[in-house]
Design a protein around this ligand. Structure first.
Ligand SMILES: [Zn+2]
Length: 351
């Protein structure tokens, strides 16, 4: 038996479930940012999920993985007692700024204090060309990650006061692991008992979804994935690739849009953007079909308590946690649901 503890907003729930387990290991999943998309609201950090695995003695911190790194990631990591130098690998679902704009800050911080290494593995898609012709390039992003600070002269100034820092700036601390677009899940990273697989999924060119398997449990990070069909008619707004990846997983962390943002909701939100996200109700249905024990909604569109999503006003006012949970329950899913707030966390313990 393993014990699952769910902590958020000061609430503690506990339940038990059966699974293969190794004594005294734990898997902890923390939402480092739950802002949905580029807007900024009420201090929420940008999209990101911290996944930690290890022994109870190490507080699950033997392997530290960050999935996406939106605005404010370093602040949320510090609240989770994870210094920049402790992160082993960063995984990127896609190159939208709301998912990666915190990465330069994280890497700059690491360059300041951890230039002696080790490098951070940056797992992301190989250069991907969109149907419109533009190329999404993670290696380009990584290579230029410190360029503003090189061009401003700060890097030279800092090197003058401490020549032990790496001369090329934070880019020298990144080891890019470029993933070609796997149609079915492929292992892309391993560390001890931890295995991370990736599958290509639809959102913008290059989008990847990930699954972490450990002896204490498993978690899928869907990112902003949506159905291959860009709009109705279709069975679901969710991704078939994520559904295959998530079969039997303990936890699914997924970007979520509330049905109120749909074309009938009166917000004026652009339908093509609505249709490329997964709705809360369809995520509940996916979680039910895939046998997920715990659904963590993140990247909420709209944010909890927000009267608008960017310029798009909500005619019936801000949504509550209950509004999101009801949308999930309409699917018939009866597992545990976390309506994401920053630093919400779930810990799976094998004992
Ligand atoms: Zn996004």
């Amino acid at each position: 038996m393993a014990t699952r503890t769910v902590l958020w907003a000061g609430v503690v729930l506990a339940s038990t479930f059966a699974q293969a387990a190794i004594a005294d290991s734990c898997l902890q999943v923390t939402l480092t940012g739950t802002q949905g998309g580029p807007p900024s609201f009420n201090g929420l950090a940008g999209a990101g999920t911290l996944v930690q695995y290890g022994s109870e003695d190490s507080n699950c911190s033997d392997v530290v993985m960050q999935f996406d790194a939106g605005r404010g990631t370093t602040q949320r990591l510090s609240q989770s007692r994870i210094p920049a130098g402790k992160v082993n690998a960063v995984f990127v679902t896609h190159l939208h700024s709301d998912h990666v704009e915190g990465l330069p800050g994280l890497m700059q911080l690491r360059w300041h204090f951890n230039s002696a290494g080790p490098k951070v593995d940056l797992i992301c898609h190989a250069d991907a060309k969109s149907p419109a012709g533009h190329v999404m390039s993670c290696s380009g992003f990584a290579a230029s990650i410190g360029d503003n600070f090189i061009k401003s002269g700060e890097m030279a100034q800092r090197l003058a006061e401490n020549p032990k820092r790496l001369a090329g700036g934070p880019a020298d601390l990144i080891n890019v692991v470029a993933v070609e677009r796997p149609a079915t899940a492929e292992v892309v990273w391993e560390s001890g008992d931890v295995t991370v697989s990736a599958v290509a999924s639809r959102h913008v060119a290059g989008h990847l979804s990930y699954r972490v398997d450990t002896p204490a449990g498993s978690v899928v990070i869907g990112g902003d994935a949506g159905n291959d069909k860009p709009a109705p008619p279709r069975d679901s707004s969710t991704s078939a690739q994520v559904e295959a990846l998530a079969q039997g997983a303990d936890i699914l962390v997924h970007s979520t849009i509330h049905p109120v943002m749909g074309p009938d909701g009166g917000t004026g939100f652009p339908p093509p953007i609505y249709h490329r996200q997964s709705t809360a109700t369809d995520l509940g249905a996916l979680a039910k079909r895939a046998g997920i024990g715990q659904l963590m909604l993140t990247h909420l569109i709209p944010s909890l308590g927000a009267p608008r999503q960017g310029p798009f006003k909500l005619p019936s006012g801000a949504l509550t946690e209950g509004d999101y949970e009801s949308a999930v329950r309409e699917s018939g899913y009866n597992g545990e649901v976390v309506v994401g707030t920053d630093l919400a966390k779930v810990r799976l313990t094998a004992n």
